[in-house]
Write a protein that binds this ligand. Structure first.
Ligand SMILES: N[C@@H](CCC(=O)N[C@@H](CS)C(=O)NCC(=O)O)C(=O)O
Length: 297
């Protein structure tokens, strides 16, 4: 992580934990918005294909048809001693590591250099590093540039979306991390129970409808999809979420594939990066061996 703008060597993949061994996620440090009527060449996304939070921003970019307006850099799947690294110097600042973009933006920055990051090419700084904000920004503030007329946050569903989003985050998106990164048996079991309670609830919800809030795709579906698509590839085994696979749930599995088939979405899913990334977390998998399966998801 960075301390006062300097990279500190004892970086660990696992973030903070509570006294009871529960995983605690760092809160995001950059929370700005974009300028009104943003020009097409101003903003850039830094992402990792392994990362569910980053991939939800990539999904918004695809669904809205913003590829021409928002450029993207992808980090290598495996975290290094210096955090996320680029295969070659990235296109805006010619940096090799994600943390250098953080310290360039704020020379006193203290915190982890996470992805996703929304970058301002004109001002050469981070605008926002919280994916929940970034997906909102991409949906709401780029409509003038969007090639697709789609709104994933319709105002009449705002209340329902907020509560289901919170549920999905607590039980599922972050639940798998709380199971996987727990440092006590009890903390692991809390995460595990939450994950499968959450998946059961989602399976019931999808009994008679196409998407979580009815017949229209919304941001809630994007939030759930990014965890579902990683589940059988990684969370089932490395995060010990092994009660059931997503392919064991009729409705959820069909739903995940329905979203996967939407135009452009496949390109936001890179199974090899997902496996390499999660299985390279040394504290969870010291040998670094990446499993060959599953055959299909
Ligand atoms: N709140 C952030 C969380 C992002 C996050 O935790 N990203 C992870 C990858 S999945 C990361 O970059 N970790 C690097 C690190 O912790 O040093 C968001 O949703 O944007």
């Amino acid at each position: 992580m960075l301390r006062n703008g300097q990279w500190v060597e004892n970086w660990q993949p696992i973030q903070q934990k509570s006294e009871d061994g529960d995983f605690i996620r760092q809160s995001s440090g950059f929370r700005d918005g974009v300028v009104a009527n943003a020009p097409a060449d101003r903003y850039h996304l830094y992402v990792a294909y392994i990362c569910p939070w980053a991939c939800r921003t990539l999904m918004l970019r695809k669904l809205k048809g913003l590829e021409h307006a928002i450029s993207v850099s992808v980090v290598n799947p495996v975290l290094t001693e210096q955090g996320w690294a680029f295969a070659q110097p990235e296109e805006n600042m010619q940096k090799n590591y994600m943390h250098q973009l953080y310290s360039h933006s704020d020379s006193r920055y203290t915190g982890r250099a996470t992805v996703p990051v929304l970058w301002d090419k004109y001002e050469q700084k981070i605008v926002n590093n919280e994916s929940a904000d970034i997906i909102k920004i991409l949906n709401d503030d780029f409509t003038h540039l969007a090639k697709n007329d789609i709104n994933l946050r319709p105002s009449h569903l705002a209340g329902e979306m907020a509560s289901i989003n919170q549920y999905i985050y607590d039980k599922i998106n972050n639940g798998v991390y709380r199971a996987g990164f727990a440092s006590s048996q009890q903390a692991y079991e809390r995460g595990y129970q939450d994950v499968f309670e959450g998946l059961y609830t989602m399976e019931q919800k999808l009994a008679n409808q196409t998407y979580l809030l009815g017949e229209h795709l919304t941001e809630s579906d994007i939030r759930l999809f990014v965890t579902l698509i990683r589940f059988d590839l990684a969370y089932y085994s490395i995060f010990k979420c092994n009660k059931k696979r997503i392919s064991d749930y009729n409705k959820l599995h069909a739903y995940m594939h329905r979203i996967y088939q939407l135009p452009g979405i496949k390109q936001t899913v890179n199974a090899e990066h997902i496996k390499q990334g999660y299985y390279s977390i040394k504290t969870l998998n010291p040998s670094g061996i990446v499993p060959l399966g599953p055959d299909s998801i």
